[in-house]
Ligand binder design. Structure first.
Ligand code: FAD
Length: 436
């Protein structure tokens, strides 16, 4: 990459909130003597969406605040100041560009409509002379390495997985280097608390399956604990359909979603585990699931805004209901299925739901209540700690029959409850909560 003449580069953090294995950050450090960074709590992320839900609820907001605190500290260790604002990136970046005479902005490349609009607003508001260095950094298999163009991404996951496993390699994690400190730099920006963002303080629910805190340091701790201290990775395939507790699955998704850990870091940690301990179906299966995550990113790259449309990527012309009464019954855990109800109450009280739960409640919503799947997806978007646009809309389309499921299955929630919660332990935890 060409060295730019201006001394200070600017990294605009969005969903890559880490200092480890961050190629956007490292490009900036490589190209400039010094670097500053910026994160905006964009007011648009806290508005009400067209389906009537707040775009980001308290759980993900709290996690994000913790993440930014950790990011700020870790950037400091690299001699980089993080400027934080509750404001639109287009105005905050403008101020920083003027103040520090910035000519280059480094940012992770995003392609979904809201992110594109914000990026275009930034470009409109800033001098035309600014160079933007946009880099894909959220994948396990980098788009440049997958040996197929986006239009050729297969309709079916297995075909995609076999291709990337055969023809691609996961890149190595990037070594960290430091920038030079900026003498006498003044940074009076502060990190907001929940109140600043319009929420009351709250306690994490004692039964939450995700009692963890945000930030890359906590992501590393979790990885170390799940892989190396407890070796739970070695049983992952047997436990991953669980419902109760912290360890039936990795719980990496919230950190992955805001980029406080990279998929590559997890991949290489699995490889280290396999070398130091053992290799089995479980160690492979965690990578298998990370490939699902990549797959939904490639699906949205291929189909763009169709992932948000009612007909989905299959452009299906189904009749969907929008009955508010039924939607609220689902949200509040008052349907005919106690299994669905328990999962919905867990989500409402914690911002978390297992993968098994998500599949069941989404199938029930779209295939039994016949409700517009986008309402369910928008509710998930609001509540989930680990909301990720590609995984959320990709999975919802898949379950609703407008996406990538070649078999278009409907879950029998009663049989699922018998199979995955035979003694009702999970349902008891959450249904009892209703009484209190
Ligand atoms: P693990 O089982 O430990 O898996 C490891 C990682 O693999 C996960 O962290 C995740 O990054 C990836 N992964 C696993 N399953 C999937 C999957 N089905 N699709 C994509 N990636 C997967 N996941 C999100 O991260 N954000 C979402 O907004 C989201 N919405 C969903 C909505 C529905 C309707 C459904 C059915 C699934 C959704 N998922 C979403 C996928 C999945 O449920 C979660 O990734 C998983 O439950 C997170 O728990 P974990 O980290 O312990 O996963």
């Amino acid at each position: 990459m060409q060295t730019t003449k201006k001394e200070i580069g600017l990294v605009w953090f969005r969903s890559d909130l880490r200092t480890q294995d961050n190629s956007v950050l490292q490009n900036a450090i490589k190209n400039h003597k010094s670097v500053i960074a910026c994160y905006c709590f964009d007011p648009r992320h806290f508005e009400t969406n067209p389906f009537g839900f707040k775009k980001t609820e308290q759980f993900r907001t709290q996690f994000l605040i913790e993440t930014i605190k950790d990011l700020k500290q870790n950037l400091k260790a690299l001699n980089i100041e993080l400027f934080v604002a509750i404001d639109y990136p287009e105005s905050t970046l403008n101020t920083l560009v003027k103040k520090f005479d910035i000519s280059s902005i480094y940012v992770q490349k995003e392609w979904t409509s809201e992110e594109i609009t914000t990026f275009e607003n930034v470009q409109k508001n800033l001098p035309q002379s600014i160079n933007y260095f946009e880099t894909f950094d959220q994948f396990l298999f980098h788009p440049a390495d997958i040996s197929m163009g986006f239009p050729a991404i297969p309709k079916v996951f297995t075909e995609f997985r076999k291709k990337v496993e055969t023809y691609s390699r996961v890149r190595f994690s990037i070594e960290n280097t430091k920038a030079e400190p900026i003498k006498d730099i003044i940074n009076e920006s502060t990190i907001p608390n929940l109140k600043d963002l319009g929420f009351d303080d709250f306690e994490t629910h004692p039964n939450s399956a995700f009692p963890f805190k945000g930030g890359e340091s906590n992501a590393s701790k979790r990885l170390h604990n799940y892989f190396f201290e407890t070796k739970k990775l070695g049983f992952y395939k047997k436990t991953r359909n669980g419902l109760v507790g912290t360890d039936f699955s990795s719980k990496f998704s919230p950190w992955l979603a805001n980029g406080s850990i990279s998929a590559r870091t997890i991949y290489w940690a699995v490889k280290t585990f396999e070398k130091e301990h053992f290799k089995n179906q479980s160690t492979y299966w965690l990578i298998f699931e990370l490939i699902w995550r990549d797959y939904f990113k490639y699906i949205s790259l291929k189909h763009q805004n169709n992932i948000f449309k009612i007909g989905g990527i299959l452009k299906k012309d189904y009749q969907w209901q929008t009955d508010k009464y039924l939607v609220n019954k689902w949200i509040n855990g008052e349907t005919r299925s106690s299994f669905v109800n328990a999962n919905m109450i867990e989500l409402k009280k914690t911002g978390w739901m297992s993968n098994r739960g998500r599949q069941n409640v989404a199938s029930f919503f779209s295939k039994e209540l016949l409700l517009d799947w986008r309402i369910g997806a928008a509710y998930f978007e609001s509540l989930l700690i680990d909301y990720d646009v590609h995984s959320n809309y990709g999975n919802w389309m898949y379950v609703a029959g407008v996406g990538n499921d070649p078999r278009d299955r409907k879950f029998n929630v009663d049989l699922q409850a018998e199979r995955y919660d035979p003694n009702g332990k999970y349902q008891n935890i959450w249904l009892q909560q209703v009484l209190f």
